[in-house]
Design a protein around this ligand. Structure first.
Ligand SMILES: Nc1ncnc2c1ncn2[C@@H]1O[C@H](COP(=O)(O)OP(=O)(O)OP(=O)(O)O)[C@@H](O)[C@H]1O
Ligand SMILES: [Mg+2]
Length: 182
């Protein structure tokens, strides 16, 4: 079973993936795979990010991942793949996200763009367009340790991806942050 582990950059996908890997799960890092296997089709200069061929990656992963075991796909575009069964979205309050992204040494504009994207639920909106709500799980990582986030992911896995109130989309709302710019 393929599971997308998505979320705005800085929400902790790779950090939690490392802990999942320690537990024996297979992790595919979508960006690294795109680079290694030639699925980068260009560079978005304005955003300072790679443009990846999602359709090509979809086919590629589908061909080599015919397994019943859970495989997590770490990447902020993984929710756009059509081959995953479930989507786990990591969320983070914009203020904390800004602090985390400042450690990445990115240009201020790129940090702001990602903080704005988190504030405006951009990834959640995209996921909802691709998958039915009962296959989307949200985890709020604000003020949580990476280990705590791991336990949340494990809770979802152990429930066999049965959606409960706790992880249901629609509870996280950063909209009050929008008004702070005015
Ligand atoms: N739960 C957490 N609490 C505090 N800091 C965290 C947490 N999760 C991640 N971080 C920190 O935030 C930063 C970004 O984490 P990470 O690289 O795992 O995010 P990501 O979602 O994989 O981002 P990207 O999409 O850019 O790869 C790192 O410095 C990491 O140590
Ligand atoms: Mg990452």
């Amino acid at each position: 079973m393929l599971v997308a582990l998505s979320g705005t950059p800085g929400t902790g996908k790779t950090s939690v993936s490392a802990l999942l890997q320690n537990k024996g799960y297979t992790i595919i890092n979508l960006n690294e795979l795109a680079v290694d296997k030639g699925f980068v089709t260009g560079i978005d200069r304005k955003r300072n990010s790679k443009i990846i061929d999602i359709g090509g990656l979809n086919e590629y992963i589908n061909d080599f991942c015919k397994t019943k075991e859970i495989v997590f796909i770490d990447g902020h575009a993984s929710h756009l793949l059509s081959i995953v069964e479930n989507v786990i979205l990591l969320r983070c309050h914009p203020r904390e996200l800004r602090n985390r992204l400042q450690k990445k040494d990115w240009p201020l504009e790129k940090i702001k763009e990602n903080v704005d994207a988190e504030t405006l639920d951009v990834i959640l909106c995209e996921a909802v367009e691709c998958y039915p709500e009962e296959h989307i799980f949200e985890i709020d990582t604000t003020n949580k340790t990476i280990k705590f986030v791991l336990l949340s992911v494990m809770e979802i896995v152990n429930s066999n991806f049965k959606l409960t109130k706790k992880y249901k989309i629609g509870k996280i709302d950063w909209s009050e942050e929008i008004l702070k710019d005015f």
